[in-house]
Write a protein of this length. Structure first.
Length: 371
């Protein structure tokens, strides 16, 4: 594969050119050349310099062209798609009578585009909150947790992977837990100490779950969360906004509110975190037991364990970490309105937040009881 984009993959389609003046067309052509060349040479496996096949790049170019025309008709010319634009476009696809396979090709095209932005521009990764899977039911959004379930999850996190108090454990219990801790910390059972018992109980998961519930953190935001985001005295997270086209965010942050008890969880975790050697010289707020940032799989696993612990049924429900975010948006919109939900969830477009403008099932059930 050469570094030159094949000539038969058009940078500017004829239908695009009809909507652009000469300056806009040159700007758009330059932008497309950067994106499509990167997909061709590196997009499939960036770390190894492996690009996509000709057909994938050609199809992606075609679909991105249609997305840009949709955006120009809505907002005027730009050569920069934002995550808010992507969310709004995916939301609009719901009303189109296209096949789920076709719709999902547009999701894939956008994910490839945002991979380019991430690797070449340092922008944030885009994770669609909706996908279209052929042969399965199309989900408007993930099933979400009710208010009662949110509290159950918060409470269950306080018991996640913890052990009894050393002083209140019987001799038999201590012996069983010493065996467990010896395996966990990879040391002989005779070397297990009271300090090992103390460090086996952590504020990491309670702080992560509580923060996720309050802020509706996307998996990518959990992965990229930094200690510098946390403002305990004011009970907020200060999350850097997406970088702009010049590669800077201008120092702008989303100010995301937290509950007071969540701020206390974070304060205790930060105190504990300073004692954990694996966090030395690391800025990540949370790391897994293998010293890696949390990804979607790890977060979904934790949520699944918490649902089991809390007695929350997940049968016939599409429960994932995004269920937390969806519930945060739904109840924030109900309590404080769409503007508050938009700020809390860090949506760039109010159209994205509109999906949360719905009455939760318990509200509709109460209405039926009053009829």
């Amino acid at each position: 594969m050469t570094d030159d984009l094949p000539d038969d993959i058009p940078l500017v389609h004829d239908i695009d050119a009809k909507q652009l003046n000469r300056l806009q067309m040159e700007d758009y052509r330059d932008h497309r050349r950067e994106v499509l060349t990167w997909l061709w040479t590196s997009g499939r496996v960036p770390a190894e310099g492996k690009g996509y096949s000709h057909s994938v790049v050609e199809n992606t170019a075609y679909r991105l062209s249609k997305i840009y025309r949709w955006l120009w008709e809505r907002d005027g010319y730009t050569a920069s798609l934002t995550q808010g634009d992507a969310d709004a476009f995916i939301e609009e696809l719901r009303g189109r009578s296209w096949s789920d396979e076709n719709k999902n090709q547009y999701v894939k095209a956008l994910k490839r585009y945002f991979s380019w932005r991430e690797y070449e521009r340092g922008a944030g990764e885009w994770e669609p909150e909706q996908t279209y899977t052929p042969g399965q039911q199309t989900h408007h959004a993930r099933d979400y947790l009710t208010l009662d379930e949110r509290q159950l999850i918060r409470d269950a996190a306080l018991d996640y992977a913890t052990i009894p108090s050393y002083d209140h454990a019987s001799a038999d219990e201590r012996d069983r837990w010493n065996i467990h801790l010896a395996q966990r910390f990879e040391k002989p059972k005779r070397d297990v100490t009271r300090e090992d018992w103390e460090r086996a109980t952590s504020w990491k998961i309670p702080s992560l779950v509580a923060t996720g519930l309050d802020a509706g953190l996307r998996p990518i935001e959990v992965e990229r969360a930094r200690v510098s985001w946390v403002d305990v005295p004011n009970a907020v997270l200060r999350i850097p906004k997406e970088q702009d086209s010049k590669g800077t965010n201008g120092g702008e942050n989303w100010t995301v509110s937290l509950r007071e008890d969540t701020a206390r969880h974070l304060e205790r975790w930060l105190d504990e975190r300073r004692t954990r050697p694996k966090y030395d010289s690391r800025s990540e707020l949370w790391l897994t037991s293998h010293s890696n940032p949390f990804g979607s799989d790890a977060l979904n696993y934790i949520l699944g364990k918490l649902c089991t612990e809390a007695g929350i049924s997940t049968e016939n429900r599409d429960i994932s970490w995004y269920s937390i975010r969806h519930s945060t948006g739904t109840y924030m919109a109900r309590e404080e309105g769409l503007a508050a939900a938009q700020d809390q969830l860090r949506h760039l477009s109010e159209q994205t937040t509109m999906r949360y403008d719905q009455a939760p099932p318990e509200d509709r059930r109460d209405a039926l009881d009053r009829m």
